[in-house]
Design a protein around this ligand. Structure first.
Ligand SMILES: Cc1cc2nc3c(=O)[nH]c(=O)nc-3n(C[C@H](O)[C@H](O)[C@H](O)COP(=O)(O)O)c2cc1C
Length: 258
């Protein structure tokens, strides 16, 4: 499967047919420089090794390879169909590199006015995640028992792990609370979960953890920016097995005609 269809539109700037027949030599040189800069972003593999600075590496990562193959589009549909909420993980850790690749896919999401109002916090320490799962569980039962409703009994047993013993947790935060920033973060979250499926990694959005993660003391403990609202806490790990799909209800569709 490939997620590269997400990225199809990214390299239009890389079309750099520059001729020197109708522009001056100076303009040609400027145009060529610009084109080469853009090519470095759009075709990072061609230019790999040209710079070892961290900033260049960061910039390079923002441009994933594009493709025009129809098969890749079909692969996205397969990833959509095969993604599941995974709540049972093996002991294997998730590498930093893998998490980076998921975030690279996440940031290809569309966003209102291309503001890209997202930020990512990554915790990849299973023991710390387990400790926070317990803190969040206790906090929820203490402060939100009523709102939990029928979920309260599920959280009651001390052994219940809100983060399902996952080895990694990616928290997507909005960089502001303006209209549509949360929506943009949700789109990034879905990209991340589909990219994870492509890499055979399981994910599960843990909405229950969101209120606790937004408590100022929690943000302080985790080093999350106080003014960034937490939108999507997503656990990541290697699934012990892929759960069966839940049936989907037929969609309610109103064709607006006439
Ligand atoms: C916004 C949101 C919040 C969710 N919160 C939780 C959660 O707190 N704990 C959990 O185990 N699963 C949570 N899930 C996972 C859903 O239960 C799951 O996506 C749903 O049952 C459909 O199953 P599927 O993802 O395998 O298709 C959440 C999913 C979404 C989209």
């Amino acid at each position: 499967m490939s997620t590269s269809v997400f990225l199809k539109s990214r390299c239009v700037h890389g079309d750099m047919r520059v001729t020197n027949s109708n522009i001056s030599h100076a303009a040609f040189v400027v145009a060529l420089r610009l084109a080469l800069t853009r090519s470095t972003r759009c075709f990072p593999d061609l230019f790999a090794g040209s710079s070892d600075s961290q900033a260049d590496e960061q910039r390079r990562r923002c441009w994933l390879p594009a493709t025009r193959h129809e098969d890749d589009a079909m692969d996205v549909l397969r990833a959509i169909a095969a993604r599941r909420a995974v709540r049972d993980y093996t002991d294997a850790p998730v590498s930093r590199e893998s998490i980076h690749e998921l975030i690279d896919a996440a940031i290809q999401a569309p966003s209102a006015r291309n503001r890209q109002p997202w930020s990512f916090a990554v915790l990849h320490d299973r023991d710390r995640i387990a400790g926070y799962a317990e803190s969040a569980r206790q906090w929820l039962l203490e402060h939100h028992r009523e709102e939990l409703g029928e979920l309260a009994p599920m959280l009651e047993p001390p052994g219940y792990s809100l983060f399902h013993h996952a080895p990694a947790l990616v928290i997507i935060l909005a960089t502001d609370d303006s209209t549509q920033s949360a929506e943009d973060c949700c789109l990034a979250a879905q990209n991340l979960m589909l990219a994870a499926r492509k890499k055979n990694l399981g994910t599960c959005w843990i909405g229950l953890a969101r209120p606790w993660l937004n408590v100022p003391a929690t943000k302080d403990e985790l080093g999350l920016p106080a003014h960034y609202p937490v939108v999507a806490p997503i656990i990541v790990g290697h699934p012990k097995h892929w759960p069966d799909a839940h049936e989907r209800n037929p969609p309610e569709i109103n064709w607006i005609e006439g």
